[in-house]
Design a protein around this ligand. Structure first.
Ligand SMILES: [Zn+2]
Length: 394
């Protein structure tokens, strides 16, 4: 397996491995694609292999040894030739010539160190520092100064990784462009971004583009089991909800609050929605409970779980027991509910129910009012599932 720290992204790995093996490392790269799929992780691994003192070369790959001094320094993200640039909190009365950390408080610097340590341990960790939304010119000037003053390297490469480079201010981007225009020997600049369209074309045109796509559910589930010790059943469900992002999967796995949303709430919601007779009071109470206790992302999470469950219902109804290995919910309460549901609502229009849930998710993600969107979803679910209801024969 090539670069085993990196989940999937074979195409991107192959491009970077080929560049190292053929001694054709570009002056600048832009690694782009959705968030949480491993762009920073790739950039860090690239820097690690480029600087490893005893890399292991095979016909198809080149791997870091994980033992030399350089690899040890990389494992703490404390390599003298590898610089990681990311958004920092705003400071009062900034002076563009200050070193980027100069005016931050001790607490802020401690937090930054802590975030870097987390990133070193897990390159998929999203560095999060309060009020840090921009990469300012001071940070880029600092990079430029370092590169201009640097002595030539005898071994390895200087690597500057600009994480979420679209956060550069216009002044920072202009200064960065100058850095790109004055190539340095054995130096490569690696930008990562999930909003490539927000980077100036003048910068993009000087970078070799490397695309990272969404990870597959199988890749995410396997990583959760192998790296995070998560049980296969739970990993499969989280992988569906993570929507191709391993970072999102880690968030879901770490937050126990979501277990309620993952397991029980979607089924309660569906039950309340399909209740016969006087359903309104209970339904309104449940919708109010959901809107009051879950924030918008968790409502979306609940609906995505419902969506995955409805897809399972469709598979189970169409393929019977043969569908079992392909179900997301293969056991427990959610599976029992599936079995009952497909028997009880044999005539349900599941495609319409799936479409209704899909559009409720889109509406809530586009900032629709949560209670209204949920009530409207209930009405559509009732019409899709109940109106075509064929009573089970006694
Ligand atoms: Zn090494």
């Amino acid at each position: 397996m090539k670069w085993p720290r990196i989940i999937g992204q074979e195409h991107a790995k192959d491009l970077l491995i080929a560049a190292i093996k053929r001694r054709k490392v570009a002056h600048a790269y832009c690694i782009w694609g959705p968030s949480g799929v491993g762009k920073d992780a790739l950039a860090i691994e690239f820097a690690r292999v480029l600087n490893c003192m005893e890399p292991i070369e095979t016909p198809t790959s080149i791997e870091a040894c994980d033992r030399c001094r350089s690899c040890l320094q990389m494992s703490h993200l404390q390599h003298p030739h590898v610089q990681l640039v990311f958004s920092l909190p705003a400071v009062k009365a900034p002076n563009d010539d200050d070193a980027p950390l100069l005016r931050l408080s001790d607490d802020q610097i401690a937090l930054i160190q802590e975030q870097l340590a987390l990133k070193a341990r897990n390159p998929y960790h999203d560095i999060s520092i309060p009020n840090a939304t921009q990469i300012r010119i001071a940070a880029v000037r600092d990079v430029r100064r370092t590169l201009q003053l640097a002595a030539p390297l005898e071994h390895g490469w200087r690597v500057v990784i600009v994480s979420e480079a679209d956060a550069m201010t216009i002044e920072a981007a202009n200064a960065f462009l100058k850095t790109l225009e004055e190539p340095h020997v054995r130096t490569t600049l690696v930008l990562t971004t999930s909003r490539r369209e927000q980077l100036p074309p003048t910068i993009l045109s000087r970078c070799q583009q490397i695309h990272c796509g969404l990870l597959s559910e199988e890749e995410i589930a396997a990583a959760l089991v192998e790296r995070n010790g998560i049980a296969a059943d739970r990993a499969r469900i989280i992988a569906v909800l993570a929507q191709g992002s391993y970072a999102r999967a880690l968030e879901l796995a770490a937050s126990g609050d979501n277990d309620d949303a993952i397991a029980q709430l979607p089924l309660d919601f569906l039950r309340a929605a399909l209740k016969q007779g006087r359903y309104r009071t209970e339904l309104v109470a449940l919708v109010e409970h959901i809107a009051a206790t879950l924030d918008r992302p968790n409502v979306v999470l609940m609906l995505r779980t419902l969506l995955a469950w409805l897809h399972d219902a469709y598979r189970l109804r169409t393929f019977g027991s043969q569908a079992h290995p392909h179900l997301i919910f293969q056991q427990g309460q959610a599976y029992t509910a599936l079995e009952r549901f497909v028997v009880h609502y044999r005539g349900a229009n599941l495609r319409a129910a799936i479409a209704a849930t899909d559009s409720a998710i889109a509406a809530i993600e586009a900032n629709a009012q949560v209670p209204l969107a949920l009530i409207s979803l209930v009405l559509r679910l009732r019409s899709a599932i109940l109106q075509t209801h064929v009573p089970t024969p006694p």
